[in-house]
Design a protein around this ligand. Structure first.
Ligand SMILES: Cc1cc2nc3c(=O)[nH]c(=O)nc-3n(C[C@H](O)[C@H](O)[C@H](O)COP(=O)(O)O)c2cc1C
Length: 356
């Protein structure tokens, strides 16, 4: 069946309209001190707005200091973070991209070093700390053992996310993405591979999804009805005893009922040593299954690199938007090149028009 939409059809999510369906996938930059945004973030994220993307998702932005993947992560646990972020959102908005923020807590995968600095850089004070998790089991033999959150502490995580969402709105972000994927804290609660709790946040499917559902409700209450709430999930753990695509469909159905607008379908990351069938568009079928099964807008992500491939995903109704990561790092003007290749009007700032 041919769908009426293509890569350059605007997408409406609550009060926002994206100029096309090209979203920039969240990507950690490890370029902050004490969580503050820097000139790097302005230029990095800003280049995607001048490059024509429809929506730009900030990197995993920590809702609590102990929830940072590394000491150099972006953060939004303090009101002092807001001004630095506002500079970025106003630039993105001025250049036609919707600014979105990924709110994150790394759980037991916290307290690492930026990948290019190696573990040695953890030796300085304040650069490492005790991670927390659903469990007290570490991610791998090399990872620090986390402290298991008490029931009260787990409940408080939802409030940390909601408070962060309030600050994000103050900072000018017009959409919020909850990071519940890649083996980070909320995923540690979702997956039977990491949730070994016997309180209300563990046990069966309802128990394991409870913290994410409470987080969604708290965020919706904080941001009101106009702001789209997106959730990134690992739609499968790629593990026989793990979270499955069918679990994702059921979760997405419940999230839709709770007021989530968009499910960003990634995969993996919960335990090491899993075989992931990587290849062009390797996660797109998951976005399609969740979209079809739960009747909710989805994003496809993972090795989407060519305009024709991206356009086809939208045209065939497999997803409502595509998220590009590494291809955007290689070419922040990818959306403009795609428009040119697909014979659409190029979303270009006046300053760059002569290029097209
Ligand atoms: C440098 C880098 C940093 C990343 N940081 C994040 C992140 O902060 N949050 C997240 O959900 N995914 C993160 N990812 C994963 C990407 O968002 C994306 O899902 C993944 O790279 C697959 O898409 P791609 O093939 O288009 O790169 C990161 C990927 C890269 C390459």
């Amino acid at each position: 069946m041919t769908h009426p939409n293509h890569l350059f059809t605007p997408l409406d999510l609550r009060s926002i309209r994206t100029r096309n369906r090209i979203f920039v996938s969240p990507m950690c930059q490890y370029s902050s001190t004490d969580g503050h945004a820097t000139d790097w973030h302005l230029v990095h994220l800003g280049s995607y707005a001048t490059g024509g993307a429809g929506l730009v998702v900030s990197e995993a932005t920590a809702v609590a200091p102990e929830g940072r993947i590394s000491y150099a992560d972006l953060g939004i646990w303090d009101n002092g973070h807001v001004d630095g972020l506002r500079r970025i959102t106003s630039f993105l908005t001025e250049h036609g991209a919707v600014p979105a923020i990924q709110l994150a807590h790394a759980g037991r995968k916290a307290a690492t070093a930026p990948p290019w600095l190696g573990a040695k850089s953890l030796n300085a004070p304040g650069r490492t700390w005790e991670p927390v998790s659903a469990t007290d089991r570490p991610f791998s033999e090399k990872s620090p053992a986390p402290r298991r959150l008490t029931t009260e502490e787990a409940a408080a995580v939802a409030t940390q996310f909601a408070d962060a969402a309030g600050r994000a709105a103050d900072a000018g972000f017009r959409a919020v993405e909850i990071h519940a994927a890649h083996g980070y804290l909320l995923h540690q609660f979702l997956s039977p591979l990491t949730n070994d709790r016997d309180d209300r946040y563990g046990g069966d499917f309802d128990g394991r999804i409870r913290l994410l559902m409470e987080t969604i409700v708290a965020i919706r209450e904080m941001v009101g009805e106009d702001t789209p709430v997106m959730v990134r999930i690992s739609a499968t753990d790629w593990h026989p005893d793990g979270w499955t695509a069918l679990d994702s469909v059921e979760l997405a159905r419940r999230m839709r009922e709770a007021g989530v607008d968009f499910v960003d379908c990634s995969s993996g990351g919960i335990v090491p040593g899993v075989r992931i069938p990587m290849g062009a568009g390797y996660q797109t079928a998951l976005a399609s299954q969740v979209r079809e099964g739960a009747g909710i807008a989805t994003g496809a992500v993972g090795l989407i690199t060519t305009p024709e491939q991206a356009d086809q995903i939208i045209r065939s109704g497999q997803a409502d938007a595509v998220l590009l990561g590494r291809e955007m790092l290689r070419d922040p003007h990818w959306a403009q090149r795609a428009a040119k290749a697909l014979d659409r009007e190029v979303p270009s700032p006046s300053q760059y028009e002569r290029a097209w």
